[in-house]
Design a protein around this ligand. Structure first.
Ligand code: SAM
Length: 532
């Protein structure tokens, strides 16, 4: 289901309630709503307004109102009814955001106001995108019975009918999509694979990337086997306390845009799952910022994510169903694929625990970082992004951050200025992260490198050089690797992206951001630079 103008969330609440009443346990609801003004949901916070909702629909409304909602433009994603209903709420001008999404809705709730009142939602461009995003024989309806609405829908490709309205409305409009959807705007080399609807999934790796993937597939009814590999070195996810920071920097940067989407998804997912986490404001050495950090224990998070009846963790090798490589680095199994030409490289990191001189209620981030523990007495301080250096011994105090990090001056400044001068290290952790070449993870279906090269070799002559085939992928192979020091932030986004692609369900990120995450982006860059 999709909606133009989520507004107060009334239609959404009624939809969720109807789904709860009528759907069978294996059915899933995906709702995508576009709304310019997130404060519209506040209307219901006045108890008098709530009495306007029929009692049978109130529980769904309460579940929606309990959700924190982002105050900036972008996507919010909520899972309701134990994950059976997924709400993707795109906040911002629909005219701007619609062109950057690709999904196929069975039905649309169009705006209730006619063009004379709400011009922006009835333009030819907007209705063209509504048609593009509707299945053949999918429907659209609106309380408006204005002639311009009917002509606009007809021109966009719908068969339109004026039918009896509800309540005080004498008429309303219903419309049926005449043919299949037009092609999406995604470039051929980034075209997603056809939906595979896997019933069984094997996930290699039980770090944050693997655990988030396992949960995302289990929520979509797949049986998941997670393989816990024999480990010789500590994993990134074994770090005792981790933070995901809201990004800082220009929106021109794709990393900032991906990290912003990832941060909001992580915050939404932690609320969905009820996992222990804290939100603290970020301070730098220059002073407080308006950004927040989400702080949690990765081990606790992984434990909560894997605690699901459809998830089984084993150390026995198995490759049932589709396989997700969540192994941080590219493994020999990915040799010959586009992943093998852009191997993530190891980055070292280490953190030490110190006793606080004064209570700390912010996350300090300045090259290195300091995160207060929940006990209010201790903090973890360090840096986990040291290219090319990693510690052989996981718990070696000699490798604690004050000794091995080039950011030592910064860490000393953090401890002295903000925590007090005395900082004996009481415990420490060090390990490696797998960083990709452009510091964004490699996420999605895996294409064969030779086939990709053959299909797009002529791309160096420009995207208009010829008509291109859609990208083809090695069947059933997926990856979520190269998260670097940002796995806490990007692993949930990667997991939702993979599961949404595997099931053909609406994605929580724009089509543009997809192109910064798919692993073939490195192969494409090489082909563009290649000489004859
Ligand atoms: C009549 S209300 C929708 C009511 C909604 N269906 C409900 O159940 O409460 C119209 C909504 O469209 C939103 N809107 C108007 N122009 C928009 C635009 N360009 N992009 C996204 N939303 C817009 C308004 O903020 C308002 O919430």
């Amino acid at each position: 289901m999709a909606e133009l103008g989520t507004g107060t969330g009334c239609s959404l609440a009624c939809l969720v309630a109807a789904f709860e009443r009528h759907a069978t346990p294996d059915q899933r609801l995906h709702y995508v709503g576009f709304e310019n003004d997130p404060t519209m949901l506040d209307w219901w916070r006045d108890p008098a307004s709530r009495t306007l909702v029929p009692p049978s629909e109130r529980a769904a409304l309460e579940a929606i109102l309990a959700r924190p909602i982002r105050s900036t433009q972008g996507v919010a994603r909520w899972r309701l009814l134990d994950g059976r209903a997924t709400v993707t709420l795109v906040l911002g001008d629909a005219a701007r955001w619609l062109p950057n999404f690709s999904f196929l809705a069975d039905a649309w709730f169009l705006d209730a106001y006619e063009p004379a009142i709400e011009t922006m939602l009835w333009t030819r461009e907007v209705l063209g995108h509504v048609a593009r995003l509707t299945r053949a024989a999918g429907t659209a309806s609106t309380f408006s019975a204005a002639g311009a609405v009917r002509t606009g829908l007809d021109a966009a490709g719908f068969d339109v009918q004026r039918v009896a309205g509800f309540d005080t409305k004498r008429h309303m409009t219903v419309a049926t999509r005449r043919s299949g959807a037009a092609a999406s705007c995604i470039q051929p080399w980034f075209t997603p694979p056809p939906a595979a609807n896997p019933e069984r999934v094997t996930i290699l790796g039980t770090g944050l990337a693997g655990a988030w993937c396992a949960r995302a597939f289990a929520e979509r009814c797949a049986r998941v086997t997670v393989i816990d590999p024999q480990r010789s070195a500590p994993r990134a996810s074994d770090v005792p306390l981790a933070a995901a920071a809201q990004p800082d920097g220009s929106w021109q940067s794709e990393q900032v845009r991906v990290h912003d989407a990832a941060w909001h998804l992580l915050a939404d997912r932690c609320v969905d799952l009820g996992v222990p986490h804290r939100l603290l404001p970020i301070t730098t050495l220059a002073g407080p910022t308006s950004r927040m950090a989400l702080i949690a224990s990765p081990r606790e998070l992984i434990h909560a994510l894997l605690d699901h009846p459809l998830i089984q963790v084993t150390d026995r090798a198995s490759h049932e169903g589709c396989v997700v490589h969540a192994t941080a680095f590219s493994t020999p199994a990915l040799d010959g694929t586009v992943c093998s030409r852009a191997q993530p490289t190891p980055n070292g990191g280490s953190i030490g625990q110190i006793q606080l001189a004064n209570a700390l209620d912010t996350a300090i981030m300045h090259e290195g970082y300091a995160l207060p523990c929940a006990d209010g007495v201790h903090a973890w301080i360090g840096a986990t992004n040291h290219p090319g250096v990693w510690a052989a011994s996981p718990h070696d105090v000699a490798t604690h951050p004050m000794r091995i990090q080039p950011e030592t001056a910064s860490l000393e400044a953090i401890t002295e200025r903000l925590l007090g001068a005395s900082h004996p290290v009481m415990a420490s952790w060090s390990g490696t992260r797998a960083a990709s070449l452009d510091h964004l993870p490699m996420v999605g279906p895996v294409a064969d490198d030779g086939a990709f090269t053959r299909a797009y070799r002529a791309i160096k002559h420009g995207p208009m050089a010829q008509a291109w085939p859609p990208c083809s992928y090695a069947t059933g192979q997926w990856c979520s690797i190269g998260h670097g020091s940002h796995g806490m932030l990007t692993a949930p986004l990667a997991a939702d992206l993979i599961a949404d692609l595997a099931f053909g369900t609406p994605r929580s990120i724009t089509d543009e951001l997809l192109s910064f995450l798919l692993p073939q982006r490195f192969a494409l860059r090489d082909l563009k630079r290649a000489r004859d």
